[in-house]
Design a binder for this molecule. Structure first.
Ligand code: PRP
Length: 179
């Protein structure tokens, strides 16, 4: 385990097994169609790649970036769309892949964004849900894991842009972010 982490929340194998289940759930919905899978950068990128490669359904990939945290551990204010999609998604089935639903503000912003672009359908898949921190009433259509309020990093999730490359999900030591 990385020296800045205090405990492992989800091991690599546990994540892989659950990603397979998420992929099977999506295949049951979409096999035979070609949905556009949208990765909300940067936190979702690891989950996105593993999920799409575990699916049998053909997908197109697209990317956007909505940011709420900056370098802080507490989500602040209204999320900003920092990067738009490359392609038009009008009339398409869209699978939005998120790493975590925390206050829910990012997901509200994204649901509105896709609604305005007149997608055929929107399905949200989230790796993590932190219901204890929810500020708005929103949820993913498929959640891989529900976690507590601890600050977690790894498998795409960062603190100040670090730890995204850890293959597991771990609780960050408080001493790393409390000065
Ligand atoms: C994180 C995470 C989600 C969002 C969830 O993104 O990736 O998109 O916050 O928070 P919310 O439910 O409180 O809105 P972040 O802004 O940290 O950007 P990043 O993915 O590039 O790390």
């Amino acid at each position: 385990m990385h020296r800045d982490c205090e405990s492992i929340v989800l091991r690599e194998e546990e994540i892989a097994a659950r990603v397979k289940e998420a992929a099977a759930w999506l295949d049951a919905r979409f096999f035979g169609t070609v949905p556009v899978a949208v990765c909300n950068l940067k936190g979702s990128v690891v989950f996105f790649c593993d999920l799409l490669r575990a699916m049998r359904t053909d997908t197109e990939m697209d990317f956007m970036a909505v940011s709420s945290y900056g370098d802080e551990t507490v989500a602040a204010g209204r999320p900003k769309i920092k990067k738009q999609l490359f392609s038009s998604v009008e009339g398409r089935d869209v699978i939005l892949v998120e790493d975590i639903v925390d206050t829910g503000r990012t997901l509200v912003t994204l649901r509105k964004f896709f609604e305005e672009r007149r997608v055929r359908s929107l399905t949200v898949v989230a790796l993590l849900d932190k219901p204890a921190r929810r500020k708005v009433n929103v949820s993913a259509d498929f959640t891989c894991f529900t976690v507590g309020d601890a600050f977690v990093v790894g498998y795409g999730l960062d603190y100040a842009e670090k730890y995204r490359d850890l293959p597991y999900l771990a609780v960050l030591k408080r001493s790393v972010y409390e000065h």
